[in-house]
Write a protein that binds this ligand. Structure first.
Ligand SMILES: Nc1nc2c(c(=O)[nH]1)N[C@H]1C(S)=C(S)[C@@H](COP(=O)(O)OP(=O)(O)OC[C@H]3O[C@@H](n4cnc5c(N)ncnc54)[C@H](O)[C@@H]3O)O[C@H]1N2
Ligand code: MOO
Length: 426
């Protein structure tokens, strides 16, 4: 892990983000039948071993002809040709077509050698032994050539692609029955705190529902991880140690919330610091200053210890954990989706910390007159409140506006990079 560069006594945001990636180890990929690979991330390049289409074939039901034989055909002067056979899709290789003859051909049927055009059945009398053709054919028209779509040796899907229906269909079309895909990371989320209780019950004075556990687990699941929420664990070192040990045994990634600041009962920090493999630090970020990162157990399972304040835990996930999980998922572009937005109004930011302000986005005027810089696509305005406990305002936000460490006041019109929140998949 990297050595801190001084930012006062705060740890630089980018170094913490780099450490969050450095603790990852790639998971073994698995080979799955196509339909089980839906929504998974491809772990291999898929290369076509045959052209697509595989052969020259007809795009229409009609008649395969020599174009020269029907050059004069029209409604008033139809051309009659003997029909020497039928070609169905999937049928045997047809015999070469002699001049002055036609074959009835179906969509997908192989073009006989010599034939260079198709007359669709609608422009004929549909004859079986002989056919009256009311229109000419032009060479190559309605013929789908071998390799039109995909050439032999072409890479049709690249490792890192998310496999949706169209990608699976393409894999099938080039002849694959199975694909090598990334394993689904098992993510276990452990909430901590004596005051934290199961959502849906009754609250006693001072208690809060486990909103962090729900939000973090849903965030990991939305990315495609197998996410499991462990209900709140009490601030008791022995109990927490047992829960964490069990979680590490079945997890590829462990996320904790709470217990990482300076309080007398911050057991996550107290317990995991003793392992020597988890670093706790105050990161130069708001919200989300207290953070832990490291590995646990013989399997060196990555662990991210996020602060308990609800907005801090969710923003920390977005900034630090989301890119790590997307990397583990094998996505080719695990970074944040960023839009550039001009501030609709000003607001204050803390000195020496990078602020991730919760903002609403709206697209700038599509005529482009609203902002002279064409890379600025949106306007951003802060949601009601920026406090680390304001989950209602967080839920309305579209993005996190990145306010650099040296900015203490965002002025109206200032251009900021904004990390778009919500489902963004490669
Ligand atoms: N003296 C100091 N106090 C604090 C500092 C500091 O540097 N010095 N840092 C502050 C900052 S910034 C943050 S963020 C919080 C982080 O605290 P912890 O990670 O130790 O979290 P807790 O103390 O356990 O809880 C904080 C807050 O969040 C509520 N909480 C906790 N877990 C959940 C949950 N699963 N669902 C919903 N809400 C939860 C908890 O009730 C507390 O209100 O520390 C500051 N203090
Ligand atoms: O840094 Mo804390 O995460 O703002 O409340």
């Amino acid at each position: 892990m990297s050595t801190p560069v001084p930012t006062g006594d705060l740890f630089p945001v980018d170094q913490h983000a780099a450490d969050c990636l450095a603790v990852l180890r790639p998971l073994e990929p698995v080979r799955l039948p196509l339909l089980q690979a839906l929504d998974r991330v491809l772990a291999e390049d898929v290369v076509a071993t045959a052209p697509l289409p595989g052969d020259d074939n007809s795009a229409m039901d009609g008649y395969a002809v020599h174009c020269d034989d029907v050059a004069t055909a029209s409604v008033d002067t139809p051309v009659m040709l003997p029909v020497v056979g039928d070609v169905a899709a999937g049928g045997p290789d047809p015999a070469p077509l002699a001049r002055g003859t036609a074959v009835r051909i179906m969509t997908g049927g192989l073009i006989p050698a010599g034939a260079d055009g198709i007359v669709p059945v609608e422009l004929t009398d549909g004859g079986v032994t002989s056919v009256r053709l009311r229109a000419p054919a032009s060479p190559g028209r309605y013929v789908r050539h071998a390799g039109d779509d995909v050439a032999v040796g072409e890479t049709v899907l690249r490792a890192g692609a998310r496999l949706g229906p169209r990608q699976l269909s393409l894999a099938a079309a080039v002849g694959r029955g199975e694909l090598l895909v990334r394993a689904v990371p098992r993510v276990v989320v452990v909430s901590t705190g004596d005051e934290v209780v199961e959502p849906g019950g009754e609250l006693l004075p001072g208690q809060v529902f486990d909103s962090n556990g729900v939000g973090l687990t849903a965030s990991a699941a939305e990315l495609g991880c197998a996410a499991e929420r462990v209900g709140a664990v009490r601030d008791d070192a022995a109990g927490l140690a047992a829960v964490i040990e069990a979680a590490v045994a079945r997890a590829d990634v462990l996320i904790t919330s709470g217990g990482v600041s300076a309080g007398a009962f911050d057991v996550v920090k107290a317990l995991l610091r003793r392992t020597g493999t988890v670093q706790f630090r105050k990161v130069a970020v708001q919200p989300g200053m207290p953070q832990g990162v490291g590995v646990l157990g013989e399997g060196r399972v990555p662990v991210y210890c996020l602060p308990g304040n609800p907005v801090s835990s969710m923003v920390s996930f977005e900034v630090f954990v989301r890119p790590a999980l997307r990397t583990l998922l094998g996505e080719d572009q695990p970074g944040h989706r960023v839009v550039r937005a001009a501030a609709g109004r000003g607001w204050s930011a803390p000195a020496g910390k990078r602020q991730y302000a919760r903002v609403l986005l709206r697209p700038v005027d599509p005529d482009g007159h609203e902002h002279p810089d064409p890379t600025v696509t949106h306007l951003c305005t802060p949601v009601g409140g920026q406090g680390s406990h304001l989950v209602a305002d967080l839920s309305t936000a579209d993005a996190l506006a990145l306010v650099p460490e040296d900015v203490t006041a965002v002025v109206p019109g200032q251009v900021l990079d904004c990390l778009v929140l919500g489902r963004v998949r490669s």
